[in-house]
Design a protein around this ligand. Structure first.
Ligand code: NAI
Length: 332
């Protein structure tokens, strides 16, 4: 199958080329993000392969369909960037990678929390400058603290188990409680209780209408002033402007983000020679108790290999007329 791979970075080329030895698809890599201006690059391809910040809304899907694309291969789990109704109208199949390594994202969420709480990032730069003072680096024990996990699917489950291992009390909120976690001692509670009681809140629910700006000016009022919020889900789960107000007025203890609502124009590119045009993002960077990574939760060797394998297998299964139902994404 001829596949146009958008937003292709060097590591995507490596993992896809290696995995493709077993599939022998015809791959073309484009650095460009998929959008209305770049969709024509897919002219003559059977499939377009895209990532989290590619734009697969109405016009783009129409253009892809006109270009001959019949299959949209998402090399990620989330599909909030795809207008599924329009894909269906154009008879375009959409497939994703439902689980490539929940551990990768879970471990990154915990790494962010540990770094922020113990100020590892600040200590690293101080020590390099020969400054060994400890002022400003004070953290707290996680042992016996209450951790709130919002969304206990593949990733949230791993996170909950890691924190149980740390000796924490774990609260969870999910419309579909997980019996295994309950048997391990996780307490499912309503969202306001989780927000009010947790010393750490970590978001692992999908971005859908109901979860858009789940953390906003109103819900932020429920948080303890020493609460650390970790978001490795999707940027728009959190209203960034409201978060800045809470940070400015010390209504929140710290924030660790791997995702940001307007990340599409920033992340996965080098902007170091230019001023950041996004004032909200730039303001977030000024707080000593904010730690941000650029959507790297998925970025482990194991996850990249699994993403490439599943994506190319999805293309092969589509070609044989028997697409893997676990990977199909349909409009509801
Ligand atoms: P999943 O589908 O296995 O789990 C999502 C869970 O959220 C489910 O248990 C579902 O019942 C629950 N949920 C749905 N609506 C909810 C609500 N309103 N409130 C609370 N929980 C709700 O998904 P998975 O694999 O665990 O991924 C979670 C999210 O993590 C993805 O949707 C994606 O946005 C994000 N992600 C981020 C990555 C990164 O690199 N930072 C990489 C992969 C995923």
């Amino acid at each position: 199958m001829k596949i146009a791979v958008f937003s292709a970075q060097s590591y995507d080329r490596s993992s896809f080329n290696e995995s493709n030895l077993a599939f022998q698809h015809e791959l073309s890599f484009f650095e460009e993000r998929l959008n209305a201006a770049t969709a024509r690059l897919a002219e003559g391809y059977d499939a377009a392969c895209c990532f989290v910040n590619d734009d697969a809304h109405g016009t783009v899907l129409e253009l892809l369909s006109k270009a001959g694309v019949r299959l949209l291969l998402l090399r990620c789990a989330g599909f909030n960037n795809v207008e599924l109704k329009v894909a269906a109208e154009h008879n375009m199949t959409v497939m994703r990678v439902p689980a490539y390594s929940p551990h990768a994202v879970a471990e990154h969420a915990v790494a962010l929390l540990l770094s922020l709480n113990r100020n590892i990032h600040r200590a690293w730069s101080r020590v390099r400058e020969g400054d060994f003072r400890l002022q400003g680096l004070l953290g707290f024990d996680l042992f016996e603290k209450t951790i709130g996990v919002v969304g206990t699917g593949q990733i949230g489950q791993c996170v909950a188990k890691i924190f149980l291992g740390f000796g924490c009390r774990v609260l969870a909120y999910d419309p579909f409680p997980n019996a295994e976690l309950q048997s391990l001692g996780v307490d499912y509670v309503e969202l306001p209780q989780l927000l009010g009681e947790s010393r750490v809140i970590t978001l692992h629910c999908p971005l859908v209408k109901e979860t858009h700006h789940l953390i906003n000016a109103e819900t932020l009022k429920l948080l303890r002033p020493d609460c650390i919020l970790v978001n490795t889900g999707r940027g728009a789960l959190v209203e960034a402007v409201a978060l800045i107000e809470a940070l400015k007025h010390q209504k929140i203890g710290g924030v660790a983000l791997d995702v940001y609502e307007e990340e599409a124009s920033l992340f996965f590119r080098d902007h170091s020679d230019f001023a950041i045009p996004d004032d909200v993002f730039a303001r977030l960077l000024t707080f000593p108790n904010v730690l941000i990574t650029g959507h790297q939760g998925f970025f482990t060797k194991e996850a990249l290999a699994n993403i490439a394998d599943t994506t190319l297998r999805n293309a092969a299964s589509f070609e044989t007329g028997n697409p893997d139902s676990k990977c199909l994404v349909r409009a509801t």
